[in-house]
Design a protein around this ligand. Sequence first.
Ligand code: ADP
Length: 481
Amino acid sequence: MKSEFNWEYAPAPEAKDHIKLKAQYDLFINGKFVKPYSKKYFATYNPATEEKLAEVAQANSKDVDLAVASAKNAYDKVWKKMPAKERAKYIFRIARVIQERARELAVIESMDGGKPIRESRDFDVPTAANHFFYYAGWADKLEYAFPNRNPQSLGVAAQIIPWNFPLLMAAWKIAPALATGNTVVLKPAESTPLSALKLAEIIQDCDLPPGVVNIITGFGDTGAAMVAHPNVNKIAFTGSTDVGKIIQKAIAGTNKKATLELGGKAANIVFDDAPINQAVEGIVNGIFFNQGHVCCAGSRLFVQENVAAEVIQKLKARMETLIVGDPLDKNTDIGAINSKEQLDKINEYLKIGSKEGLELFQTSASVPKKGFYCKPTLFIGAAQSNRVVQEEIFGPVLTIQTFRTIEEVIEKANNIPYGLSAGVWTDKGSKIFNLTSKLRAGVIWANTYNKFDPTSPFGGYKESGFGREGGLHGLMPYLKF
Ligand code: ADP
């Protein structure tokens, strides 16, 4: 289906000749890049071209020991004792250098992760800098945040992050930990380590005392060794619900504090009194931008029955205008899927949904031959019992269900193991408040979607995890009282 809005855009590629990547990256421990005890390295690829970008060290349990020991030493000898306003200066410095090197970081993020440069340039990198700015401001004001409660730091935080927002997740984790006086061992995901390693260079340039932030690379076993380490006091994890459960089991009976930010399957609810054109834009923003690689993606659309035909028709027309392709092209809306494994998983769900008898709609967008791509996809006429409705797909795939009454949509929206986020579109404030009080989701957007701010807490209910990141709430998991 072609719409009148279909123009051909001339390519507008972002330059990458200013990017300096080393062939091989070591582990960032105690302020220096050091070779891994394991002597092993693994490759990280550009999912848009399938080209190898660099090799990174594979940390084993001895490397984890070294990183934790360096974090503990820096905590005991330097960071814990440093006046809070001095700590804040380092965090401000990191924020400023991220801003200065924003272009380089955005290009690396898009090359390593596959997300469109527009997203990494306009969202990921500036929001990462904002998180450092925001938490730098809190560092010397903890007594005001928690009056009469004598907030104290915990010690060493082990932080494990996924591949969908590599730099931003590193910022979400590192900034509040440092502001509250803790030291850090962070592990980025195995398929997107490069922006975290660039952040390690920035931290080195900012002259942070050695060992305050350590960044190590590796697979799940490296993460597991971090979680199990006896000198780790706090675990902050963002990733799959399956691994979240493994981590919870591993720390049961210890006094390690944890925050887990896990999967999601958000309901995006459109009432018949909603501004339909804006809602369609919000639906597209909620699931298709960023390839659906967002745990809070609005992946389940609920449309009130009497406007369903109109919404679906306008949605299809808008989807036809989405450009799928080179992440480094500024016109691209949907970049590359992060890895072949992830693309295979999405394709498997496309088969499952079709077998479940759902109507599948995919746009006529052309997709590059090399690299991992998925066209924006709808499953129309979905029901609660469908696997594509119940399970997290993590791709540009939207299921569409209809509803008649507000009670019905609340029941359906909540009937899911997850509870991370939701969206509601209506022109009635009373309906928004009624719904937001009954939806079991940590974040609910009204007449917008996927808006983030460092001052707002983020986190889930049920199998989406526990604990909050962002805002004043995001300080709490790093403190004892
Ligand atoms: P995703 O599906 O988003 O990749 P994962 O939960 O598999 O989510 O991975 C998120 C992060 O958790 C990655 O950095 C990965 O290496 C790490 N990880 C995987 N398995 C484990 C484990 N058993 N213990 C700790 N960390 C793990």
